[in-house]
Design a protein around this ligand. Structure first.
Ligand code: CA
Length: 383
């Protein structure tokens, strides 16, 4: 039971950001779990062999998020024929869940895997490299970062902290969450206590509700006791395991807060600069593999989990109505725009992000959006 609890508590880092710093409570001194050389079978640098210590924000092998760094490590090992090894540390093994950025910055770790919006205490600009409310979908975000100038801004921001980062995982769309009662109008948000983190929490407050940032392991009990009326976590695959549907059966999707949450691998900049261009390229491509591979996994496993929720548990997903979304949308735009005033770097990131989102959405609406609506019309009567 202790292990189970640790898993759920550590999972808090998924979506609560800085609010859960230290929740694991057993943060160890940087380097305390560095493997002994005798365990590695070879020195960490020998014949261009390298071993990288990668600290994560996730419980060990946590479904989805905790697998992403493993996909990266495996791809890098395969491409380099075992020459480039990555030792993945779960939250708390090398450093605490939200200490992996600082550990990588100082070199106590070589790399981290986490969500960039956890670092919004360092710069609000980091939020844009994970997800912002009413922001870009996974594909749109990949487009901006790889093709629309996002990576250069990210490099400039991260270099201030001696880090070089790439996208290395994406959960795809995150649902609106689980509610104990129906949300039919804006009035229904008034007084609503919802577990939802960060920027989405601020949106909830401006709608007249209150936002609670509690760990994943506390959500179920809080719903059961009535401490909260609603909760957002990730999506069907991760949510079904925690049983929220038993206490809060109104499942709203789409959500508006994390339309395609990206995860990142950051590498200590000195380590990065010490690598050959070929090794740098392999790291970049292994990150791209983890990014695409995990996005597909979330899409597939969310689909299976949603079928189970519908067929075995009687859950009928519903959408927020247009009146709600119009107001929520305006509030989201205000909350995100206010980030731009934080500092000049964040303003440049915001401007670039917003330009890309506004340029992308027209096509997404008539392509993915249009096709999905058309497919529903075409298939609903057949199946
Ligand atoms: Ca979430």
């Amino acid at each position: 039971m202790v292990k189970r609890r640790d898993i759920l508590t550590g999972a808090a880092a998924v979506a609560t950001g800085g609010a859960v710093l230290g929740v694991l409570g057993k943060d160890k001194a940087p380097g305390s779990h560095t493997p002994k050389r005798s365990e590695l079978g070879a020195p960490s640098i020998s014949k261009n062999r390298r071993q990288f210590r990668l600290a994560t924000s996730w419980p060990k092998d946590f479904p989805g998020l905790g697998q992403m760094p493993n996909y990266f490590a495996q791809a890098l090992s395969e491409m380099s024929e075992g020459r480039l090894e990555v030792k993945v540390y779960a939250a708390g093994e090398l450093v605490g869940a939200l200490e992996c950025f600082d550990a990588t910055s100082t070199g106590a770790a070589d790399m981290y895997h986490a969500a960039e919006y956890y670092w919004q205490g360092k710069s609000k600009g980091f939020s844009f490299f994970t997800a912002v409310p009413m922001g870009m979908t996974a594909a749109e975000l990949m487009g901006w970062i790889d093709h629309g100038g996002g990576q250069a801004l990210w490099d400039e921001l991260s270099a201030q902290f001696n880090i070089k980062s790439f996208q290395a995982g994406n959960t795809g769309h995150q649902a609106g969450g689980w509610f104990k009662r129906q949300i039919n109008s804006l009035e229904d948000f008034k007084g609503l206590k919802m577990r939802t983190p960060g920027l989405a929490g601020e949106v909830m407050r401006r709608l007249g509700g209150s936002a609670v940032a509690i760990s994943g392991g506390e959500i179920y009990q809080s719903l059961q006791s009535g401490a909260i009326d609603a909760a957002e976590w990730v999506g069907p695959w991760n949510d079904i395991a925690l049983g929220f549907y038993r206490e809060a059966p109104y499942y709203y999707s789409p959500g508006f807060s994390e339309p395609g949450a990206s995860l990142a691998i950051g590498t200590n900049l000195d380590v990065w600069n010490s690598l050959s261009s070929a090794d740098q390229a392999m790291i970049q491509h292994a990150c791209a593999h983890a990014n695409a591979y995990s996005l597909g996994e979330y899409s597939y496993r969310n689909g299976l989990a949603l079928e189970t929720l519908k067929n075995d548990h009687g859950i009928v997903p519903v959408a927020f109505n247009d009146e709600i979304m119009e107001t929520v949308g305006a509030v989201c735009e205000d909350v995100v725009r206010e980030l731009a005033a934080s500092d000049p770097m964040t303003k440049r990131i915001y401007d670039s992000y917003l330009t890309a989102r506004n340029a992308s959405r027209g096509w997404t609406e008539i392509s993915d959006g249009g096709y999905i609506a058309a497919r529903k019309v075409a298939l609903d009567k057949l199946y």
